[in-house]
Design a binder for this molecule. Structure first.
Ligand SMILES: NC(=O)c1ccc[n+]([C@@H]2O[C@H](COP(=O)([O-])OP(=O)(O)OC[C@H]3O[C@@H](n4cnc5c(N)ncnc54)[C@H](O)[C@@H]3O)[C@@H](O)[C@H]2O)c1
Length: 319
């Protein structure tokens, strides 16, 4: 059996930290190399090897892949939706060239597998709003969404032309308490829990009835690892899979928090992110992922809220 050696690029980010820790449990700490442009996230310290790496520097990336005998890459470095609208050139450049660098190296070095996340941001105002299917009209209006959709077809291209086993998920908005979010339109659903505990009030940058597809981080990590461990033949979608767990509005998450913190208040001051949110579907149909590799989610809004508040309270108490 080939011993797997995994390189996680963008490991200090919101997903990277938790994914790296989960992969280290499965493959052994020494076999999962964390890397990022910024310094190591304190949550990763002492848990395994870390290298400083810029995914845009293809030569350095290539050297690391050879030096560390890397067999799999998880590429998480990207500019997210809200930040991308402020700096479209940078978002396009990083999101595209970073992926192409990884795919090229995967082809040259015959890596076993590559993981690269897409996003529900590929969908645009002309896509169905409810239960948006895997295959539908896709006309993204954010630079982030355009870069993700183009990236999906690069993945498909490298799989069909060069047999690079690259796999991908269209994550919904991800909610977590460990590492801070990285500038997405769904970040409100994380801030709200922090503010509920610290201030018992929150000013939301989206309108109260803005429904968006969301997922709790443990489900996202589970989906990623299950997708990567599925047999190659099961992965029939080589662009990116729709992935879903729940859909809620700021008003609904506020009501759920009030079950734990009755005095919690929420007010609404929508900003430029409202327009991004309005362009996305409210819910996603992920039946293809469920059928092809057996995806099942575990967390709904009620269960996630209880878990978020318990863990954030524990962290407050420890600090
Ligand atoms: N968080 C979400 O809700 C969400 C939803 C859909 C898709 N995604 C996708 O998941 C991936 C990870 O998202 P995240 O939320 O963890 O993002 P994040 O911004 O929290 O983390 C990204 C990490 O990449 C690093 N990075 C940036 N430029 C780099 C470079 N040139 N070289 C190396 N590292 C670099 C950053 O320092 C950061 O630590 C992205 O592709 C994102 O588009 C995230």
């Amino acid at each position: 059996m080939v011993k797997e050696k995994i390189l996680v690029i963008g490991a200090s980010g919101q997903i990277g930290v938790e994914l790296t820790l989960a992969l280290r449990k499965i493959y052994g700490a020494a076999n999962v190399v964390a890397s990022d442009l910024r310094e190591q996230n304190p949550l990763l310290e002492g848990s395994g090897p870390y290298v400083s790496l810029d995914v845009m520097n293809k030569e350095m990336l290539h050297v690391q892949v050879i030096r560390q005998n890397v067999t799999q890459i998880y590429l998480l470095a990207a500019i997210l939706s809200a930040t991308g609208e402020k700096n479209p050139n940078l978002a396009w450049h990083l999101n595209m060239q970073g992926l192409l660098n990884v795919l090229d190296i995967a082809r040259e070095e015959k890596l076993a597998k590559v993981y690269w996340p897409s996003s529900i941001a590929v969908f645009g105002p002309t896509s169905p709003k409810r239960d948006c299917p895997q295959k539908t009209i896709i006309e993204p209006t954010t630079v982030y969404g355009i870069s993700k959709y183009a990236g999906e077809f690069w993945c498909n291209y490298f799989f069909s032309k060069f047999d690079v086993d690259v796999r991908s998920l269209r994550y919904p908005g991800l909610i977590s308490y460990k590492s801070a979010p990285g500038g997405g339109t769904t970040d409100y659903a994380i801030e709200i829990y922090h503010e509920a505990l610290e201030e018992t009030k929150y000013t939301c940058f989206l309108e109260e009835d803005t429904y968006l597809p969301m997922m709790y981080m443990p489900d996202a990590i589970k989906a990623t690892i299950e997708l990567m461990e599925a047999p190659k033949e099961a992965i029939k979608t080589r662009t990116s899979y729709n992935l879903s767990a729940m859909s809620f509005s700021p008003k609904e998450i506020g009501a759920e928090i009030r079950k734990h913190i009755p005095e919690f208040e929420i007010e609404y001051k929508p900003d430029y992110r409202q327009q991004i949110a309005n362009s996305w579907p409210q819910s996603i149909d992920d039946s293809v992922a469920r059928a092809e590799w057996g995806w099942r989610h575990e967390y709904d809004l009620t269960r996630m809220t209880a878990d978020m508040l318990t863990n954030l309270k524990r962290e407050q108490f420890n600090n």
